[in-house]
Design a protein around this ligand. Structure first.
Ligand SMILES: *[C@@H]1O[C@H](CO)[C@@H](O)[C@H](O)[C@H]1NC(C)=O
Ligand SMILES: *[C@@H]1O[C@H](CO)[C@@H](O)[C@H](O)[C@H]1NC(C)=O
Ligand SMILES: *[C@@H]1O[C@H](CO)[C@@H](O)[C@H](O)[C@H]1NC(C)=O
Ligand SMILES: *[C@@H]1O[C@H](CO)[C@@H](O)[C@H](O)[C@H]1NC(C)=O
Ligand SMILES: *[C@@H]1O[C@H](CO)[C@@H](O)[C@H](O)[C@H]1NC(C)=O
Ligand SMILES: *[C@@H]1O[C@H](CO)[C@@H](O)[C@H](O)[C@H]1NC(C)=O
Ligand SMILES: *[C@@H]1O[C@H](CO)[C@@H](O)[C@H](O)[C@H]1NC(C)=O
Length: 420
């Protein structure tokens, strides 16, 4: 598999080197939308109600060909570390609740670097870079504060996963918020951080929202925005996106009201494409979360604000050709909104094993025309490049057996560090 990772965040770190010299601090707000599909924003789909995201994107620089990994922990580990997951052992799948695995501790991550530059650093939302040791967790890795959860997914109201609480304020379990929808809570916590912040110090606010990952849960007033969507779960999913958009609107308004906006760079990205089975949508792109087709890896992404020279433009970097080596992942078709599918292409994994696919993304962004037979020279060239990367890969750190020491019953029924 060959995908580019556009490492926006690390570009930003180099921009930040000028902070001290420039006099006024450059604040950074980095928003990650979980499992948000290409076709799940108004920017790409007029049926979606996302005025805040659309406006910020159009005022800033739309990253129209920005690539992420096809699923969560691999992308998040790259956002934090600047390393491709195949160099950190996190390339295989997501980190599971009971695995003694985290983003390797000998890597200096983004908030640690920003602290060296004088930043106040806060994370609100989903970590998912491992939590088996306290040293793996956000406040031990450069963040001044953490409010959120460690694992992949959980209930938006009870904040439990696999039957146990996963919700923290810094290092303490947060048990009093049963019933609070996380999009509201994370927005309130982010607003509080911005309002309390001393604007003479640069601020790094990392906001990896729970939305719009499964489970499909949303307060009814957001679902009601989509009377024309017939499928109940897609209607709720669209509502989840609009609640997220409102959160973005409230947070940017607070930045403006607090006088920080003019010195703030906002980055927005999805961590991977929409999850077809869970009502995310990437049409007309091919596939979705769990595939290396564009629907899984080409993220909704943009930059907005301070330091940009090309406001109101669209950036389309990287080359035209894309090589896929072997099995492309679980969803291999093209899926329209409300097209319910269980189209997991698991049956023919062996058929894909020895196959290359080549696409010219400039002419064929929807990956309909496999050029591997007609362009063997390009296949050869990209395969050599892939082999060069493969030589640098470390083995995946993906223990199959659950570690019994992870059992939350050993820690007051809360998913907790302390077992690796
Ligand atoms: C972004 O890329 C898609 C796919 O190539 C293209 O259809 C669309 O027009 C581009 N959007 C913008 C704003 O340039
Ligand atoms: C971290 O440790 C691993 C395993 O010892 C090593 O392969 C890797 O090069 C180290 N990475 C850094 C950035 O020091
Ligand atoms: C988190 O804990 C701090 C310190 O105890 C407290 O001031 C803050 O209000 C708490 N945050 C939330 C959202 O409960
Ligand atoms: C949350 O509240 C609901 C409804 O009151 C209750 O059934 C559930 O047990 C509570 N969950 C937790 C984790 O406290
Ligand atoms: C945004 O702010 C409005 C007005 O205060 C509030 O009603 C709404 O619940 C907030 N939305 C979110 C997602 O926090
Ligand atoms: C781009 O817009 C931001 C505000 O959105 C502003 O701070 C910045 O100076 C603008 N850049 C240019 C080159 O106009
Ligand atoms: C599943 O993969 C096979 C190749 O092994 C392909 O021929 C088939 O069209 C795929 N099915 C779907 C639904 O995409």
């Amino acid at each position: 598999m060959f995908v580019h990772l556009f490492c926006t965040v690390w570009v930003v770190v180099s921009l930040c080197d000028g902070v001290a010299a420039a006099g006024s601090p450059r604040h950074i707000v980095f928003i990650v939308a979980d499992d948000l599909g290409w076709n799940d924003v108004g920017l790409h789909n007029p049926d979606m109600i996302t005025p805040n995201i659309d406006r910020l994107a159009r005022e800033g620089v739309i990253l129209n060909q920005s690539y992420v990994q096809p699923l969560c922990s691999p992308s998040r580990s790259a956002f934090m570390s600047g390393y491709y997951p195949f160099k950190t052992g996190l390339q295989h799948m997501v980190i599971l609740n009971y695995q003694p695995v985290c983003l390797p501790l000998n890597i200096t991550i983004l908030p640690q670097k920003l602290k060296e530059l004088g930043y106040a650093t806060h994370i609100v939302g989903k970590w998912h870079n491992g939590f088996c040791s306290w040293n793996c967790t956000p406040t031990y890795r450069g963040f001044d504060s953490f409010f959120g959860y460690y694992n992949a997914q959980e209930d938006y109201y009870t904040h439990t996963t696999a039957g146990f609480l996963d919700y923290r304020n810094n290092t303490s379990p947060e048990r009093t918020e049963n019933g609070t929808y996380s999009t509201f809570q994370f927005t309130d916590v982010a607003i509080d951080i911005i309002q309390r912040h001393d604007k003479n110090q640069p601020l790094f606010l990392y906001l990896p929202f729970q939305a719009v990952h499964a489970p499909i849960e949303v307060p009814p007033q957001y679902e009601a925005l989509y009377p024309n969507v017939k499928t109940e779960d897609r209607r709720k999913f669209c509502g989840m996106v609009s609640a997220l958009d409102e959160a973005v609107g409230n947070i940017t308004k607070t930045l403006t009201d607090s006088g920080l906006m003019d010195d703030t760079l906002i980055l927005f990205t999805a961590d991977n494409g929409g999850w077809i089975t869970e009502h995310g949508n990437n049409y007309p792109l091919r596939g979705g979360k769990f595939t290396v087709y564009e629907g899984g890896t080409r993220a909704v992404a943009f930059l907005h604000g301070s330091g940009l020279e090309n406001n109101g433009t669209v950036f389309d970097g990287v080359g035209d050709y894309k090589l896929i080596d072997g099995y492309p992942g679980l969803y291999t078709g093209w899926y329209k909104p409300e097209q319910v599918t269980s189209d997991l292409n698991l049956t023919n994994i062996k058929d894909w094993a020895t196959k290359y696919q080549l696409f010219n993304l400039k002419d064929d962004p929807t990956e309909h025309n496999d050029l591997s037979t007609s362009h063997p020279d390009i296949v050869k060239q990209l395969a050599a490049r892939l082999a060069w990367y493969e030589k640098q890969a470390v083995p995946p750190n993906y223990p199959l057996l659950p570690d019994p020491k992870s059992n939350p019953q050993l820690y007051g029924n809360v998913w907790s560090p302390g077992w690796c």
